[in-house]
Design a protein around this ligand. Structure first.
Ligand code: ZN
Length: 219
């Protein structure tokens, strides 16, 4: 049975979050001191690769790259477990909750080149649920860091397991690694799939149900 969480959303959205749990809110903050240092180093890198940092097109590039890298790694400032706890609600719902096709934009920690794809996350509540958008936020918080896909997969799983203590968690990530496409072995279209499961999802039938639900199209 496909089980999408539709009940109680109204109530969930209206509930006040405790103040101390707001620390993860997405802020596009660029620490001035850090920005300056990054800018300096990126300018040096441009020179080292043989560029003329005085030419017009590159004039503001170190500044833009410095801002961009801070944006792309902002996950370090976010606490995924707090994100989940900020919207943890008692609910007697014990069917599979699935959030699929969550966009992933991450960077491989070996080459600092992007890997992009989709995450599919499911859990079976055991007395507590979380806001559906929070699952996507957790994926975001872990993917906006230097990562390897395997660790990203299990970190998402762990955060949900630790905070909601559900009957099971399942995470599948499918991603294209540009470090493979652009350099090295140049396998342009290969997709890497990783998965991690706990509890009820260790049973073959439950896992099969999840896999079939994330593979099916809604319309
Ligand atoms: Zn890589």
């Amino acid at each position: 049975m496909a089980s999408f969480l539709t009940t109680c959303m109204h109530q969930i959205i209206k509930m006040d979050k405790p103040k101390e749990l707001l620390g993860y809110e997405k802020i596009e903050k660029f620490a001035p001191e850090k920005l300056k240092k990054l800018q300096h180093h990126y300018k040096e890198i441009l020179k080292l690769i043989g560029e003329d940092t005085d030419r017009e097109g590159l004039h503001k590039t170190p500044y833009r790259v410095a801002k961009s890298i801070q944006f792309l790694t902002q996950g370090y400032d976010h606490d995924p477990e707090q994100i989940l706890l900020s919207a943890k609600f008692k609910e007697d719902y014990r069917e599979m909750v699935i959030v699929k096709d969550i966009d992933i934009f991450s960077m491989c920690e070996h080459h600092m080149i992007p890997f992009i794809g989709k995450a599919h996350v499911a859990y079976i509540p055991n007395g507590y649920i979380t806001g559906l958008s929070k699952i996507a936020r957790v994926v975001e918080a872990y993917s906006r860091r230097l990562q390897v896909q395997e660790r990203l997969t299990s970190q998402i799983k762990e955060a949900i397991q630790n905070t909601l203590n559900p009957l099971g968690v399942a995470v599948v990530i499918e991603a294209r690694h540009l470090c493979m496409a652009m350099r090295g072995i140049q396998k342009q279209n290969s997709v890497t799939t990783t998965s991690d499961f706990t509890g009820a999802f260790e049973r073959a039938e439950t896992r099969a149900e999840f896999i079939s639900l994330i593979s099916s199209k809604l319309s």
